[in-house]
Write a protein that binds this ligand. Structure first.
Ligand code: HAM
Length: 428
């Protein structure tokens, strides 16, 4: 008998990888709890019809599908959102809104296997059902930010857009929804010229084509500047203008939340899934080039499945890719630094250093404390070697003022920070 191997695209997780996967998964659950998302467990096998309803050609063509022994056309789930929408449209139909649901598990896509792209992979999925407010969209972004931080990633960025900006123009031009979907698929792959060929065949006006071209090229120095340019560009396209205003509102709320998030607005951004109607976003680690998570608003999917018209927004994170990003972080601690080390300047200050370290851990900051009794210069050298991002130096003079010194090892800068503001200062 020939030697057995895993099926192409499928992997074993040996103890170390299994441990990391479960660690990341445990963090996704902690975040779910922190934001009030209740976990549900849905089947791996669902009806083909359900999963393909609004999946988009890309995912549709990559589904593991087969007839079961009862001759039903079924498929392995390529994501969770369709299953959750099914539950909302049926079993949870009468549940008071809003409610928040969370899922974690394996999903399946017949993608071309490569680093970070597998045929069986793991997602955590968060959906908030019943709210059309921008706050709900912002919550999904904030919890994604928190998850990235919770697993130990410090350098990641968000790309955001609004599907309504592009669709608003296409709808006003009377373009059929099927053609719109194909255009979005091409835009998602950055195949803009093919998208424009389709648009020309679909008979859109030269003016609309020009507006779309300028939208794709918009760049701004800040997210707000980009939105301003989008607003100027779509004048006369009512739905697109509404979408841009909604995007501005979401951005404003993210900034007002006090959470320091790295965001780029991309007007030509589209996603492969067809169900989106509003905000869309992805989160990246710049070094990796692939998304660690993505999501957005889908206000019409639940009614498509026979439920009441119900607005909803959500996100899914790729746990395998988060694991890869964590490995990268360990391998390259010079560019991706994380933990904080606390160093007391004198023996008598050790209890104060312990107290501050516990306070920071309570605030969710990973902290190591100097336990070798070394002099400051040696302790700093060691922290630098281990790729620590910040050192908190507890000294007598600053303590009298209820403060400590925070030293940024990468930038070789230091500032005095009040202890009550320390956790926040270390997050930024
Ligand atoms: P998605 O962008 O298709 O969105 O997938 C979410 C994440 O799954 C991606 O950002 C990526 O990290 C990971 N992923 C996708 N394909 C693969 C693959 N072949 N191998 C490894 N990881 C992969 C959704 O699935 C939507 N259901 C998100 C959502 C929820 N939208 C609203 N609610």
């Amino acid at each position: 008998m020939s030697e057995f191997k895993t099926v192409r695209g499928m992997r074993d997780f040996l103890p170390q990888d299994a441990r990391t996967l479960r660690y990341v998964e445990a963090k996704t659950r902690e975040v779910a709890e922190l934001y009030g998302y209740r976990e549900i467990v849905t089947p791996v096998v669902e009806s083909y019809e359900l999963l393909t309803a609004k999946a988009g050609d890309e995912i549709r063509s990559r589904m593991f599908t087969f007839k079961d022994l009862g001759k039903r056309q079924v498929a392995l789930r390529p994501e969770f959102t369709a299953s959750i929408a099914r539950i909302v449209a049926t079993t949870l139909r009468n549940e008071p809104k809003p409610f928040r649901l969370f899922c974690a598990g394996s999903v399946y896509r017949y993608d071309e296997p490569q680093k970070g792209r597998y045929r069986e992979f793991w997602q955590s999925d968060y959906e908030i059902v019943g709210s059309n407010s921008a706050e709900a969209d912002v919550e999904i972004i904030l919890l994604t930010h928190r998850l990235m931080r919770a697993v130990g990633l410090w350098r990641f960025a968000f790309k955001i857009g609004h599907i309504g900006v592009l669709r608003g123009i296409l709808s006003q031009e009377g373009l059929d929804e099927k053609v719109q979907n194909s255009v979005m698929q091409l835009m998602d792959k950055k195949r803009y010229e093919d998208a424009f060929d389709l648009l020309t065949d679909g008979g859109i006006s030269k003016r609309a084509a020009d507006v779309l071209r300028s939208l794709i090229e918009i760049k701004g120095n800040s997210p707000f500047e980009t939105v301003e340019k989008i607003e100027a560009c779509v004048k006369g396209y009512e739905k697109s203008a509404e979408a841009a205003a909604n995007l501005r509102k979401i951005l404003r709320l993210v900034v007002d939340s006090g959470c320091n998030i790295d965001i780029t607005v991309d007007a030509g951004f589209a996603r492969g899934l067809e169900y989106y109607t509003g905000l869309i976003f992805e989160v990246y680690v710049p070094e990796m080039g692939t998304a660690l998570g993505g999501g957005g608003r889908y206000d019409r999917l639940i009614e498509l499945f026979g439920g009441e018209p119900t607005p909803a927004t959500g996100v899914a994170h790729g746990l395998d890719r988060i694991m890869l990003a964590l490995q990268g972080e360990r391998a390259d601690t010079q560019t991706l630094k994380r933990a904080v080390t606390i160093i007391p300047l004198k023996e008598e200050l050790r209890s104060e250093a312990l107290r501050i370290s516990e306070m920071l851990r309570n605030a969710g900051t990973p902290v190591e404390i100097e336990v070798m009794g070394r002099k400051i210069a040696k302790a700093l050298e060691d922290a630098d070697r281990r790729g620590v991002s910040h050192v908190v130096i507890v000294g007598e003079r600053e303590l009298k003022e209820n403060a400590v010194v925070v030293r940024n090892l990468a930038k070789r800068e230091q500032v005095v920070v009040k202890i009550e503001k320390l956790a926040k200062a270390l997050m930024d």
